[in-house]
Ligand binder design. Structure first.
Ligand code: ZN
Length: 628
């Protein structure tokens, strides 16, 4: 259940930024042990890790030898599944231990080498069991039902097998599968080309920074410069940044065309109704969920237009440009928490989830789940990481910023999800997919926000929080929905056999910009339509919509829990406790929210409108005293 930093994830995890680095961090040995995670709760030392490694390695020939035995009897099928899972549980512990030891101090070569070694073991494990799913699919359906009936121990795995069997309708005869598998090497071409361009070859120019000195643009700095109070700085950054991509727009468009054609090819080869259906198939998400998202946001863009009008008013601008949209509206109300203080705030904020939940979080904080502070060589950012048999550890790089408190709330949401899933489910269902993962983490961010808003009686702080909340919703729900609609539109063009060009892509993008952000924003005709060319997520094949669905599910669920009683709370906790024992949309339905309807997005629109109302009310006739 490694959840690495998702590139470009709006909010939550913070990216490191070389421009902001101040001084060199302390050595790990200088940090108090109570701020370090206790990885000895997995293995006491590397000797124990080596023993685990050796045990997994020794199991591999036996796993490979099980090939061809599945259809023999129910008992043989059960034996194979249990043997695979037993080895994988051990492997996972070895993987996360080496990974997190290496993250503590990436300068220690021995640990990096052990991490590499166990990653290779994971590849060998995958090879040793790679036959399993196709052998299950090769057993005729009635024979498989007979095996299940024959061995009562298999009943536990019914959903697991159903998940494998769903591929039956989209699996080709063995020879064609072999051909598709060998073509897979070429399928990553467009994404590799974009990565090489975006991370290696692309050279950004310098602009003149706030202090009048030249500053070379990087992606991290670009996000910072767009928040500058100095409008010249953000305009220059915006223009220079997009011009760097624009200089290659025809190449990038041809590459995007190849990316989309790749998805079209595989969707058709596997007999899916379209690229969207093919992309949603692995998580069994009905396309109606995707269409409900786009449809409901599209019907409610007026609330986004109110927000852009509010920005224009607060910033006091005659004309609101695209490069004005990221500026914080009320920076004066910014506030911070030291780590220990933030932990206390979390426990208060999570109270609506009940005493047991809060007690477990407290025990986690005190019991070595969290590695708090930055130190020399430590991995940047933040994550929650653990597997079925380990505590759900958290890596942070604490710097007292309010964003760090939201990261802590977010990661504790993931960790409590892992904890509850492992506690209530057998190993086979102790994990969860991204579709539900980001619901649990975002839910806790929303609880923290609700708590802070209720605690704030200072006007400046309230305005700061309201703006923070509005921009979170805007970036996570509305912007990602716009990206999802763009992705859908260009895939439809691809399915119709059209060739995507820079002009064609730009026209679609520009139309959506105007639709989503409304009449208050003036777009740069030369540059705004180029933004599609710099978004790496468009190579992930219908991925970003999940940011919006997870956030809206979390909003709908948190409104139920905050406005409800024990029943609503327990229904929400059932989502966390159910791990992956059901398909994601069924899992969310346990909490009383149907993702195939417009309801969750309507809740987001209602919340967003309420937040805009509150800001306007504070601006119009402050019902709170000015800060002392
Ligand atoms: Zn997350």
């Amino acid at each position: 259940m490694t959840r690495p930093y998702a590139p470009g994830r709006p909010g939550g995890l913070h990216d490191d930024d070389e421009a902001s680095a101040g001084g060199s961090p302390v050595e790990r040995s200088a940090i108090d042990d109570r701020y370090k995670w206790r990885l000895d709760r997995i293995f006491p030392d590397w000797t124990a890790w080596e023993a685990c490694y050796a045990e997994v390695e020794a199991a591999l020939p036996g796993l490979a030898a099980l090939q061809g035995t599945l259809a023999g009897s129910g008992a043989a099928l059960l034996r194979a599944v249990e043997a695979m899972h037993a080895a994988r549980r051990k492997l996972e512990q070895a993987l996360v231990y080496a990974g997190m030891k290496s993250d503590e101090d990436t300068r220690i070569g021995e640990n990096t080498a052990r991490r590499g070694r166990v990653s290779s073991l994971a590849v060998r494990f995958a090879e040793a069991v790679s036959w399993f799913d196709s052998e299950v699919l090769a057993v005729p359906a009635d024979r498989f039902a007979a095996l299940m009936a024959e061995e009562p121990g298999l009943a536990l795995y019914a959903h697991h097998f159903d998940d494998i069997q769903r591929a039956r309708a989209h699996t080709l005869p063995a020879e064609q599968e072999a051909l598709l598998a060998s073509a897979g090497l070429m399928a990553r071409g467009a994404s590799q080309v974009f990565n090489a361009f975006d991370n290696a070859d692309l050279v950004f120019p310098s602009i003149t920074g706030e202090n009048g000195k030249p500053v070379v643009l990087t992606k991290g700095r670009y996000q910072k410069l767009l928040k500058s109070r100095d409008r010249r700085v953000r305009r220059e950054a915006y223009e220079a940044f997009l011009d760097a991509y624009g200089a290659m727009k025809n190449t990038l468009a041809a590459n995007m065309d190849a990316n989309v054609k790749n998805h079209v090819f595989y969707a058709q080869a596997r007999d899916h109704a379209g690229t969207l259906e093919a992309a949603l198939h692995p998580d069994a998400v009905p396309p109606s969920v995707f269409h409900a998202l786009i449809g409901t946001v599209s019907a409610n863009t007026s609330v986004i237009h109110r927000y852009t009008a509010l920005k224009k008013r607060v910033l006091g601008l005659d004309v609101l440009h695209e490069y004005d949209l990221a500026v914080p509206l009320f920076p004066d109300g910014e506030f911070k928490f030291a780590y220990d203080e933030a932990c206390g705030v979390m426990l208060d904020a999570f109270a609506p989830l009940g005493a047991d939940y809060v007690r477990t979080v407290r025990e986690g904080i005190e019991g070595g789940w969290i590695d708090v502070h930055e130190s020399a060589g430590k991995r940047s950012g933040g994550y929650s990481n653990g597997v079925y048999d380990t505590p759900p550890f958290i890596l942070l790089n604490w710097s007292d910023q309010l964003g760090d408190s939201f990261t802590l709330a977010h990661e504790l949401g993931h960790s409590m999800h892992s904890f509850l899933a492992a506690k209530h489910q057998p190993y086979v269902y102790g994990d969860y997919p991204i579709f539900t993962a980001e619901v649990a983490s975002t839910f806790n961010e929303l609880l923290l926000m609700d708590h802070l808003l209720k605690q704030s009686d200072q006007r400046a702080r309230l305005l700061y929080l309201l703006d923070y909340h509005l921009s979170q919703i805007n970036n996570t729900v509305f912007r990602q929905t716009m990206f999802a609609e763009f992705e859908h539109r260009i895939h439809q063009l691809g399915e119709q056999g059209e060739t995507l060009t820079a002009d064609g892509l730009g026209a679609v993008y520009q139309e959506l910009l105007v639709k989503y952000w409304g009449p208050e924003v003036v777009f740069d005709e030369a540059r705004s339509p180029l933004t599609w060319s710099r978004i790496p997520h468009f190579f992930y094949n219908f991925y970003v919509y999940q940011y919006a669905t997870a956030y809206s599910a979390a909003v709908a669920l948190s409104r139920r829990v905050l406005g409800g009683g024990t029943a609503e709370r327990e229904q929400y906790l059932d989502i966390l406790r159910s791990g992956c024992s059901r398909y994601p949309v069924e899992t969310i339905a346990l909490g009383g929210v149907d993702m195939a309807t417009s309801r969750p997005l309507e809740d987001v629109v209602a919340l967003f409108g309420e937040l805009v109302d509150r800001v306007e009310a504070l601006l119009d006739g402050a019902d709170l005293p000015e800060d002392a």
